[in-house]
Design a protein around this ligand. Sequence first.
Ligand SMILES: [Zn+2]
Length: 256
Amino acid sequence: MPLTEKEHRQNIVEVGRMVYAKGWVASNDGNISIRLDENRILATPTGVSKGMMQPDDLIVCDLSGNKIEGRRERTSEIAMHTTVYSMRPDVQAVVHAHPPVATGFAVAGRALNLAICPEVVIGLGCVPLAEYGLPGTPAVTEGMLPYIPKFDALLMANHGALCYGEDVFQAFFKMETLEHIARITLVAELLGGPKVLPRVEVDKLLDSRSRYGIKSRSGDEPGCPIAAEEVQPSGRYWVTREELIALVDEAVRARG
Ligand SMILES: [Zn+2]
């Protein structure tokens, strides 16, 4: 049975508390939304801590981001949400936050695209880095457009992260996996650098997705995630955005 609007409001409040408690946002940062029907979304407002919201703080917007209902004001980041909903009919909820370790990678200009942990290879494939765009302007979504159809979690350069899924808890869990893999990657780097899984193991993990009933869009993306054989001969165990683009180009050419 579909949830009522009241239940959706409670779920957003609950996810907001967890996002805040986990330290993924400071002050009034971050925003969470749920698709109510084909024309309306329920969203967190601006100017409120996501850890201290009440169900009636939430606002209802149309898919262009115009407020339809609610006493509070809409967030200037609403376009991130409406863009995902319009490009991905399968998505029912979106979570945006600034989890510090994942955001650290985004600030360093680094995607999380290496095959290092099985559950992340299966669940997310990899997390690309979208180009920076000024928050609150159309530029904020421009860098994400190439990635939204193909990935379920994005890093946003010099800003934060965006995750989406079939319900608000799935979107939250993707953000949790993203921050978790960022922390693991950081620790592995401090300890001499991650050992990336070989292609044969990555392929086994990608094949197992159907067994686990996981629908991930990133399965057919070349270089997602990058296996040991594809790591750059530069001596670095990570690739820059430019190198990733070159790898993707190479893979596309190889396919003819
Ligand atoms: Zn933000």
